[in-house]
Design a protein around this ligand. Structure first.
Ligand SMILES: NC(=O)c1ccc[n+]([C@@H]2O[C@H](COP(=O)([O-])OP(=O)(O)OC[C@H]3O[C@@H](n4cnc5c(N)ncnc54)[C@H](OP(=O)(O)O)[C@@H]3O)[C@@H](O)[C@H]2O)c1
Length: 254
């Protein structure tokens, strides 16, 4: 069977660990010959990702940028443009809760960091890379929403939840704008994935209670989310536009 990704270049943000790393590797395994990756703080992690991407047969290079700051987002855009890469598959994965904080202690700075990282970076990277996709008449943008967008998030995660709801809305709006130009925009919305995110922001008790409420009886894995990202980029998903696919073991059904 012909490799449908054979002439596609991918860019995955936040690929130094977790879902982003799994997505970069999965896209390389699916046959994308070039998978560009971004990271912020975890330099050793991005080296591991690049080694796995190369092992899967793809070329790769990495860009560092702090996407919680507006200058960082513009710096990543400049780095990608300077590389000359023609990005066909953009995975806006980098994201974080940054810090759990309730209404009374939520600062302006934390608000800006969370919104920049999760929303503004998704918007500005799409704005920067969609014109090339439109010119080539093909492209896919995959955004990362969250179950938090639907349920308001756990304790101290309200603005994170709001940011992920914004991502789902951006996904629909951009899908309508870009579908006539040959570019598909979709999102994935993980439930609770067993990775560093929850090492940082949850504890065993919280995770056990999630498992108890999940019909599938387990937490999600990075690879389960990555496989859905590859599917959404594929020809098999060619008529899917503006959707946010919930991946949560049946914990929350819409
Ligand atoms: N884990 C879950 O249960 C879950 C559920 C729903 C949605 N999500 C979403 O899925 C996406 C991936 O998360 P994950 O679970 O893989 O989390 P993770 O393991 O914590 O990885 C987060 C990635 O985002 C990058 N990142 C974090 N802060 C950044 C910043 N200020 N600037 C640039 N990059 C930054 C990290 O880079 P460095 O490590 O290099 O700093 C890392 O590569 C996120 O958008 C997250 O909100 C996760």
């Amino acid at each position: 069977m012909a490799n449908e990704f054979q002439d596609r270049t991918a860019l995955v943000t936040g690929a130094s660990r977790g879902i982003g790393r799994a997505a970069a590797i999965a896209l390389a395994r699916a046959g994308a010959p070039k998978v560009l990756v971004h990271y912020n703080s975890h330099a050793a992690g991005i080296e591991e990702t690049m080694a796995a991407v190369r092992e899967a047969g793809a070329e790769t290079s990495a860009f560092q940028a702090d996407l919680a700051k507006v200058e960082g987002i513009h710096s990543l855009i400049a780095l990608v443009k300077a590389s000359g890469a023609a990005v066909d598959l953009l995975v806006n994965n980098a994201g974080s809760l940054v810090k759990r904080a309730r209404l009374a202690e939520y600062t302006d700075e934390l608000y800006d960091d969370v919104m920049n990282l999760n929303v503004r970076s998704t918007w500005l990277l799409s704005q920067a890379l969609a014109p090339g996709m439109i010119e080539r008449g093909r492209g896919c943008i995959i955004n990362l929403s969250s179950i938090a967008a639907r349920n308001g998030g756990g304790p101290g995660a309200t603005i994170y939840a709001a940011s992920k709801a914004a991502v789902a809305a951006i996904t629909k709006g951009l899908a309508k704008e870009l579908a006539p130009k040959g570019v598909r925009v979709n999102a994935v919305s993980p439930g609770t994935v067993d990775n560093d995110f929850h090492v940082k922001f949850s504890n065993r008790q919280i995770l056990d209670s999630v498992i108890a409420q999940t019909p599938a009886g387990t937490l999600g894995t990075n690879e389960e989310v990555a496989d859905t990202i590859v599917f959404l980029c594929s020809h098999a998903a060619r008529y899917i536009h503006g959707q946010t696919i919930e991946i949560n073991g049946g914990m929350f059904m819409v």
